[in-house]
Design a protein around this ligand. Sequence first.
Ligand code: ADP
Ligand code: MG
Ligand code: ZN
Length: 603
Amino acid sequence: MGKLPLMQISWAIALGFLILSLVGQYGGSEPIPYSRFQQLLESGQIAKAVVSGKQIRGDFKEKQANGATSFVTNAVPKDIAAELAAKGVEFSGAPASSGFATLLGWVLPPLLFVGVWIAASRLMGGGKGGGMFGAGGLLSVGQSKAKLVAETDIKVSFDDVAGVDEAKEELHEIVDFLKKPEEFNRLGAHIPRGIMLVGPPGTGKTLLARAVAGEAGVPFFSTNGAEFVEMFVGVGAARVRDLFEQARAKAPCIIFIDELDALGRARGVSPAGGQDEKEQTLNQLLAEMDGFDRSVAVVILAATNRPEILDPALLRAGRFDRQVLVDRPEKQGRVQILKVHLKKMPLAPDVDLEAIAGLTPGFTGADLANLANEAAVRATRRKADSIAMEDFAESVERIVAGLEKRSRVLIPRERRIVAYHEMGHALVAKALPLADPVQKVSIIPRGIAALGYTMQHPMEDRFLMGQEELRTRLAVLMGGRAAETLIGPDVSTGAADDLAKATDIARGMVMRFGMNDGLGPVAWDTEQGRFLGEQGAFWQPRRYSEQTAREIDDAVRTLLREALARAIALLEKNRVALDAGATRLLAEEALTGAELPDVVGEG
Ligand code: ADP
Ligand code: MG
Ligand code: ZN
């Protein structure tokens, strides 16, 4: 885009601001003496008054002769006003710091604006100090920040990142590729262009990205999604172009985009309407990734803790088509992470890392680093020459209190419920032959919402599903609630997500797949509009009668009730396995499918 229009726009904004601030001061209100205000008040001509400090603003009941509809006046202390009024003097108040304050009031806003502007143009100009119009100033907005210099000598290695072995394993391949790209190219091997590290904050995503660069010994271009989101349209896109250009020149190397969600939010109708800055930047990023020559050894790593809001286009083949989960560590992982952070700290003989790991379910790597530090600080304050177990115990309590507020750590009673809930899903799945095999059950809080999870691996990629399989799926989804029902006395909110999913499936069975005898085979609902998601909230008239609506509701409810009853019956039959499994899950936090207790099926 041209640079001149940009400046003109900026000037227009500045001018607008100035005018606004002037109008704001004298905002059409008629300044009147306080004595006049008192008279008007007396004769009932004031409709409204707002008092702030000594100033009173308000509206006249009727339009005045000079056209004013509102007034502003400054109050005079009551006793003095009375004296003056008695002598019939016209009097008015003035703000204590009158002249200066008024001046400040209308000089400050535009001044502030210019200040912000200069700061912004400095930033964009890479701090070359050219000022507003100098070579490094606003005129060079198209250029990237100076920060884009690649780090070359990164000392972080995979040894510094613990408890995320699966993620490390996946990234090993990338390290090999970056070390010897020619070799991979010679054989025509396909190396992923973009890899997305997904996981909650503090689990070591940034650390892992740096470790990849450290292990491979390649330059590391580090940016943050938020840095691309600028106030001027076009700047972000230019910055992306620049970044890739520099990276190409330095290949083999890594581009790391932290907090990609700031930039890669699903494109949609922006409140301002039309194509906005973020969208342009995102499109540029996609274009750069698509346009990359496969033989150029540049790997793009990105990190996010909100994969669900990312634009699906980012995840398409050739872009960030590989996702690596960086999850909260399980118990043994926590021991390993503690070892990393305590490597250089003197520990008292009573310190038991296994025991500390046992006290800290739900802690991330960052929480554990924080714990190590707190314990060391405590020991220092005690003037001890090594860190003792009590330092850890106390620090755990403090940190847990903080985390509980953010509801990331479960209290024991909640943990028990979650353990039974997850074991319920897992055992129902294990008992039903049509269910996908259970891969893993965990009560480590994962992601943002889920307190625990049960991971099933589909046996094969599915395009079609039978009615019986869908019913099985419903029963598995109900397994969590079923287990909670069995241990009583109450059920929790933990099943909300399961219920929502199950309801979706049941509605689909009734309304789209014609799987209800009474209502089928009619498509009561078409999938149309569903793809538009939230944005496509077009109201569509219902195309069936009130009577049918009621029947649909009944059919859906029956399906779900049957599924819940089925799950409860199965778990009752396997109560011993449920108790044993939940107890083991509480102790170990995660179990693989092979470790689940044996169960009997239906029949
Ligand atoms: P994220 O990017 O996932 O939010 P970071 O990589 O910024 O997390 O982690 C912050 C700090 O927490 C790291 O610098 C490190 O000290 C510590 N940390 C986090 N995860 C780990 C881990 N898996 N192993 C060792 N230290 C970790
Ligand atoms: Mg990070
Ligand atoms: Zn559940």
